[in-house]
Unconditional design. Structure first.
Length: 171
């Protein structure tokens, strides 16, 4: 386990207050993206010194990963979720490419370490996108709801009769 992985493990052990209790924290790609958003701020001053535009591009790409995962996670349907995860995937690839380009401006090993974390995010999202498109989350949600229901999902709810016209009074 490298230094970045140890730092991530320590950081991950105490989640940011705003996500405590939020189910999005269960997503490894989201946790990794939040960590990257913290460490990119440590890297930016050295990059900004010679390449302010590259620093800005890197920062935007890294920020976009977690933002799009969060947006997609909030979508009800798998196809919509997949679309935002694809945006996050594109941003992760972009950030990895920017780190590869600015690596000489950072202390030895930092860019490679960040690229490895970004590669983990890319692998996770590469698997998640087709699964979401196929509706795997929707199935899991339905199955969980079935397990929570008293009948275990085996009984179908009885439909209520449609309201008819009001009875006429006889005079």
């Amino acid at each position: 386990m490298g230094p970045d992985e140890r730092d991530f493990a320590r950081w991950e052990a105490s989640p940011p207050a705003e996500v405590i209790g939020d189910s999005i924290w269960r997503l490894p790609a989201y946790r990794l993206s939040r960590y990257l958003a913290v460490v990119v701020d440590l890297d930016l001053p050295a990059i900004r010194e010679n390449s302010p535009r590259r620093a800005e591009q890197l920062e935007c790409a890294v920020d976009s990963i977690g933002i799009n995962i969060a947006e997609g996670y909030s979508r009800l349907h798998g196809r919509e979720r997949a679309r935002f995860y694809e945006y996050a995937l594109g941003s992760a690839r972009e950030a990895r490419d920017w780190y590869a380009r600015v690596g000489a401006r950072l202390p030895p090993g930092i860019a490679l370490s960040r690229c490895r974390i970004l590669s983990r995010v890319i692998k996770i999202l590469t698997v998640a996108v087709p699964q979401e498109r196929a509706g795997s989350s929707e199935r899991r949600i339905r199955e969980a709801a079935d397990r929570r229901s008293p009948s275990g999902g085996s009984e179908k709810p009885t439909p209520h009769p449609a309201p008819g016209p009001a009875p006429r009074s006889s005079k």
